[in-house]
Ligand binder design. Structure first.
Ligand code: LLP
Length: 418
């Protein structure tokens, strides 16, 4: 469900014609729909209304501070993985008591900053990290609230690059070490075990992996409470999938009901860390056709966005629907939509049936709100695209287009090479 629709043959984001935005800010450009984000968040939140829960939006999916701020207005907390994301969440006004900090490689500086900020909980991913957390907390005279991120060895049946809960994965702590680690932590007055955590992967389109993971967490929870631990939070991570092509992910309500059924007798606050399901279908990347060309095997449409703007097709062979900004009645043809970057993996679609496109026309790459701009780079010295947030009949530039001067400003030539 989203608010990108054709009206009189023209693609709109809510009440704003996409072409109006292009005219003002050019292409490539990311356009987000506030109404879609709000709707997704509310549906997600209402699905869990029957149990005690906290939604910590996973900032990595789309970390623009305007988006985080909008979600904060709706009551969201934040799941963060770096000092950068912590500062973004704080700048967007998120209550530190609604921030959870995950990640396998937290640096001592990041841990210190988060402790000073008094965040809700560290999701600790290794025994060594737990030791460091204890040491830093002691130095600061604080008690570090934490959960261990358990690796439940559950197969989320998604792309291998975004599976994180398998035994072979770098994430979390193997189930068999977890109880011992909690027992050791209990002896340290600077460590405060308050929860258990797992995150098994992303773009998950069936319920059973979540239920399996919850089942494992529940066993650990019960064992720990039996040992006298007073836990409060059960964090099930994020990962609920969305429709890019013809996937059939569970509805938030179905996902929530399964979790509620399995988790309701735990006396826990369930933490959820949704990212993609909130923002994924709330954003598009709009690009201009620069050239068309063909060889004996293929037809190409060369656009002004590249894999540096949206890397998902190159990286995960991800499918993104592509539509013309102006509806066309022309014949269809089978084409590759490719970018200007000097890499063969710089494509948005291969052998895609699309209306015949001409130079100067525009295409919208759909479902680009999550892991789009945040994964963009300056490869080939390309300034990154601006981000626009539409709300009703108004739009806001929430990140201006980078300039080449912005890129060069960070570099210096040592005198001897002048
Ligand atoms: N919590 C943790 C600890 C995570 O690592 C992630 C995502 C989430 C929550 C949010 O997951 P979501 O609800 O968005 O599935 N770049 C990839 C996705 C990487 C996901 C990384 N972790 C992509 O473009 O598909």
């Amino acid at each position: 469900m989203h608010y990108f629709e054709y009206k009189n043959g023209e693609l709109y984001c809510e009440e704003v014609p996409v072409k109006k935005i292009i005219k003002e800010v050019g292409t490539p450009v990311y356009i987000y729909s506030a109404k879609t984000i709000k709707r997704h968040f509310k549906v997600f939140r209402e699905s869990f209304s029957k149990i005690d829960h906290l939604i910590c939006y996973s900032v990595k999916a789309n970390s623009n501070i305007a988006i985080i701020s909008l979600l904060r207005q709706l009551g969201s907390g934040a799941d963060i993985v770096s000092a950068g994301e912590l500062k973004r969440a704080l700048k967007a006004g998120i209550d530190p008591k609604k921030i959870v900090f995950s990640g396998v490689g937290k640096t001592p500086e990041e841990i210190e900053l988060a402790l000073q900020t008094d965040i809700l909980m560290f999701n600790v991913e290794s025994i060594e990290e737990l030791e460091i957390l204890g040491e830093i907390a002691k130095r600061l005279g604080k008690r570090a609230p934490f959960a261990l991120r358990v690796n439940p060895d559950v197969d989320p049946q998604t792309h291998p690059y975004i599976s994180t809960g398998l035994k072979k994965s770098k994430f979390g702590i193997p189930e068999e070490f977890v109880i011992e680690a909690y027992k050791n932590a209990k002896k340290n007055p600077y460590l405060n075990p308050i929860g258990v955590d797992a995150h098994i992967g992303s773009q998950i389109t069936s319920i059973s992996p979540f239920v399996d993971a919850l089942f494992r967490l529940k066993k650990i929870w019960e064992e720990l409470t039996g040992l006298g631990f007073e836990l409060k939070y059960l964090d099930l991570g994020g990962g609920l999938g969305i429709v890019y092509e013809n996937e059939e992910p569970p509805l938030p309500q179905e996902y929530a009901d399964a979790i509620i059924k399995e988790g309701k007798d735990l006396k826990a606050t369930i933490i959820l860390e949704p990212g993609r399901v909130i923002v994924g279908n709330a954003g598009i990347l709009v690009t201009k056709v620069l050239y068309t060309k063909e060889n004996i095997l293929k037809k190409f449409v060369i656009v002004d966005a590249g894999m540096n703007d949206l890397i998902r097709p190159a990286f995960y062979q991800a499918y993104h629907k592509i539509v013309p900004v102006e509806e066309k009645n022309t014949e269809y043809e089978v084409i590759d939509v490719v970018g200007p970057i000097c890499e063969s993996s710089d494509f948005f679609a291969k052998k895609r049936k699309l209306p015949k496109m001409k130079s100067g026309e525009y295409l919208a790459i759909m479902s680009a709100g999550a892991y789009g701009f945040v994964m963009s780079s300056n490869y080939n010295s390309r300034p990154r695209a601006p981000e626009i947030l539409v709300d009703g009949d108004t739009y806001y530039v929430i990140r201006r287009r980078e300039t080449i001067e912005d890129l060069l400003a960070l570099e210096t030539i040592p005198a001897k090479y002048l």
